[in-house]
Design a protein around this ligand. Structure first.
Ligand code: GDP
Length: 284
């Protein structure tokens, strides 16, 4: 018997919502590495080592163009790193404070890392994804145009401090000169700067402001490619190869391996957590 049209449409909506629910539940279980380890090997590799998955698309002689195994931790190391990012009574992970000037920044003995990138690059989403094992952490976002943006400090137990820097592109370079530049130049416990680039569009003019700053101050930095779920595999591979070429030829202080991530599918998030744990000396 034919189903009346309005009923069919309602049924389709329910089916779509159910599918979305299943998908979002599946993604939320990927916050925990134990769940990831239960995936079939191919799916697990794709989620944990996204560059290796992209490398498979290349011809054997062009595989050398992509540095996929400079940081190549074991699954045990990735599991170990997860405990650094898991909130517990003994490992308090929380927003600490905000500052508009370096002399207002907290004086902490632990190693520090910072995240910088253009407004809208996906910085808050990435920080939220990294902190998904500490769901009570509030990642503050100030999106109001003209609003003074601040450096936000998050304490990850006794392990390290993560600093969310104001996004550039809007009112840069003034904000940068006053705040970001001084921070990058003078912060003594800064171990690594994570420079976010939108994988869909590649390095933009405004990204060069941050790249030049890191190079000028001889800072060790890492390029994180965001929103990888948004592009087709072919487009993503093209962008990644282009950015890799830029890093190889034009930079001195940038870590040679790129970190593609998606805050939606969690692709690359576990590897990035492990890299952070490793460079802040918390993987031993
Ligand atoms: P910020 O200004 O750099 O902090 O950027 P946000 O984290 O606020 O993200 C800007 C926009 O991009 C928002 O609409 C996010 O939902 C979206 N976004 C961020 N990360 C991702 C991602 O990994 N995948 C997709 N598809 N969208 C993302």
């Amino acid at each position: 018997m034919a189903v009346p049209r309005p009923l069919q449409a309602t049924r389709t909506i329910f089916e779509v919502l159910a599918a979305l629910g299943r998908w979002s539940r599946a993604c939320s279980t990927f916050h925990a590495f134990t769940e990831v380890l239960r995936l079939p090997k191919r799916q697990m590799t794709k989620l944990v080592f996204p560059l290796q998955e992209l490398e498979r698309q290349l011809t054997p002689d062009s595989r050398l163009d992509l540095h996929v195994k400079i940081f190549d931790p074991s699954l045990e190391d990735i599991s170990k790193a997860e405990s650094v990012f898991t909130a517990s009574a003994r490992n308090r992970i929380s927003y600490l404070c905000s500052a508009v000037r370096l002399d207002h920044a907290p004086d902490l003995p632990s190693p520090e890392i910072c995240f910088i990138g253009r407004s809208n690059v996906g910085k808050s989403s990435l920080i939220k994804a990294l902190f998904s094992l500490a769901p009570e952490v509030e990642v503050r976002v100030s999106k109001k145009p003209g609003h003074t943006k601040k450096m936000n400090f998050f304490k990850v137990g006794k392990y390290f401090t993560l600093v969310d820097m104001p996004g550039y592109g809007y009112r840069a370079p003034e904000d940068f000169v006053d705040m970001v530049e001084t921070y990058l130049k003078e912060r003594r416990n800064l171990m690594r700067t994570f420079l976010l680039v939108d994988s869909g569009v590649g390095i933009q003019k405004t990204d060069n402001i941050a790249i030049e700053m890191c190079e000028e101050f001889a800072l060790p930095y890492v390029m994180v490619l965001t929103k990888t779920d948004k592009s087709s595999k072919g487009h993503l591979l093209k962008q990644v190869l282009q950015i890799q070429k830029f890093v190889d030829r034009e930079t001195q202080g940038c870590f040679p391996q790129l970190f593609p991530v998606s805050s939606v599918t969690y692709s690359g998030i576990h590897l990035l957590r492990c890299f952070i744990a490793s460079i802040t000396g918390n993987l031993d």
